[in-house]
Design a protein around this ligand. Sequence first.
Ligand SMILES: [Mg+2]
Length: 175
Amino acid sequence: MTTGASLTASERQLLGRALTTATVMTHVTPDGPLAKAVELIVADRLPGGVDTLSELRSKGNARRDRWHTPDTEPWTGADWSNAMCGEAGEAANVVKKIRRVETGTGHHLPDTTEHAQLIRNLALELADTIAYADLLAQHYGIDLRVAIAEKFNIVSEREGFPERITVPRPDVDHG
Ligand SMILES: [Mg+2]
């Protein structure tokens, strides 16, 4: 299943049982159109199935409005893009520190614990970057989930690669 990796183990088990039952009852193949339709419906609805970007949008908007209250000057596209690039810079700075550890540069000796902590820091800075990317996208009326899928597919098509991402419906899963 293309979206199975995003489901929890119990959700996958439940979906598997449902598909088996549907297959027996309707004599369709597990990879047929019905199974595909059920898979897409479930992937859109199940908690944890999809999708962090949608939740980031709804919860991120609520949190943005705590900081950006009506009595503050609204941020422009330049402000949001600056914030996003600032976080990307923080991520790059962490990578600089990772490379110091990896290469033993300066006073750094290879240190597994420090390396693991830096990788964790990198994950958090990358997450900040994505959070601001979504806020920047929203500022210009862009659905980032749709844009990610569309752009991925454009590049795959251009390069003649078979990988495709299902383009989500822009009007669902934002709450
Ligand atoms: Mg940060």
